[in-house]
Write a new protein. Structure first.
Ligand code: DAH
Length: 333
């Protein structure tokens, strides 16, 4: 035979194996099996051979052709598969959702202090009472033994509400003490309540004053309540809220709604005293205004500011920082 069909097959298979695309394989296939290929030329020369050789050579050429065709088919299929895989990979959509950590807010520091105070008093057996921020002057003053002529009224720098009528009868409560009256009028003794809330005074904002601030009021009415119960309650509150190492003392003072009245101070572990609030035995006139017989019942009351506690706890020196509501400042706490 005039051609080496084995080497044609070997080189065809080598080229097909090296091909990197289906088009390239098709081109190789044309060059080995097409009209101008060596194999076709060789087939033309078969006629010149004698019948015995011709049959043998023809069979060989057919075999080479079949094997090249098989190599072309399998490599083409292989390349098409990987091209398809590449296409899939390149067209794939990334459906992964990127979720940033959600922004979690926190309670304002005044709210934190307010809630901790409520928790402390609830733990001591008190319940929480509420009253309106817009009050009558009777609840805010008269019923608390502060008649219209009383000098204490001036001391409160009251903000009155003008709703077209007699404006001196309605005001923004200057303290949480009117909740004492509302509690006595709406519930039967014994009464053990605390009343945290917002209060208002005609004040210019500075480092230690705000026209709107927060107080918590306490009221206990029961049989045989004495000044000793008041002192014991303030002391129990002090260690429960501030912790071990803190203690309290009462100093004589005057409030129209209590008799006797006292100021209470907290001693910190470093020995320093902090004035916290006022307290005393509920004045008989106040009990009577609340519909309670002073011959049968007695009680004590106390009240203090919440904002100062929040300042102290976090070492903040300017009260205004609490209400500017700059989130960058607030989220530190
Ligand atoms: N209401 C008073 C104030 O705003 C605080 C106070 C003093 C409340 C004595 C009381 C009390 O209940 O007994 O300054």
């Amino acid at each position: 035979m005039s051609i080496d069909s084995q080497s044609i097959l070997d080189s065809a298979v080598a080229e097909i194996t090296d091909a990197t695309s289906a088009e390239q394989v098709a081109e190789i296939s044309r060059s080995y099996l097409g009209k101008k290929s060596e194999l076709v030329e060789a087939r033309k020369g078969l006629g010149a051979l004698d019948p015995q050789e011709r049959a043998e050579a023809g069979k060989q050429l057919n075999e080479v052709k079949t094997q090249i065709e098989a190599a072309v088919a399998s490599r083409t299929a292989e390349l098409k598969d990987s091209e398809f895989a590449l296409q899939l990979e390149s067209e794939r959509m990334d459906l992964t959702e990127v979720i940033d950590r959600p922004i979690v807010g926190s309670a304002h520091i005044v709210t934190q202090a307010w809630q901790e105070l409520e928790d402390t008093f609830i733990g001591m057996g008190f319940t929480v009472a509420e009253g309106p921020e817009v009050e009558t002057d009777w609840h805010n003053f008269d019923a608390l033994n502060i008649p219209p002529s009383h000098p204490a009224r001036d001391g409160f720098d009251t903000i009155y509400v003008d709703h077209g009528g007699d404006e001196s009868t309605t005001l923004l409560r200057t303290h949480t003490s009117p909740v004492q009256i509302r509690s006595m009028l709406t519930s039967e003794p014994p009464i053990y309540i605390v009343a945290p809330g917002r209060v208002f005074r005609r004040d210019t904002a500075d480092a230690t004053h705000m026209p709107v601030f927060h107080q918590i009021e306490g009221l206990v009415i029961d049989k045989g309540i004495s000044m000793a119960d008041l002192a014991g309650t303030i002391e129990a509150f002090t260690t429960s809220y501030f912790g071990e190492g803190f203690s309290s003392r009462l100093r004589p003072n005057h409030f129209p709604f209590t008799e006797p009245s006292a100021e209470f101070d907290i001693q910190m572990p470093d020995g320093k005293w902090l004035e916290l609030g006022g307290c005393g035995m509920v004045h008989p006139n106040v009990l009577r205004a609340g519909g309670i017989d002073p011959e049968e019942w007695s009680g004590f009351a106390f009240g203090f500011g919440i904002d100062r506690l929040a300042l102290m706890k976090f070492g903040i020196t300017d009260l205004r920082e609490l209400f500017t509501n700059d989130v960058r400042f607030l989220k530190q706490f």
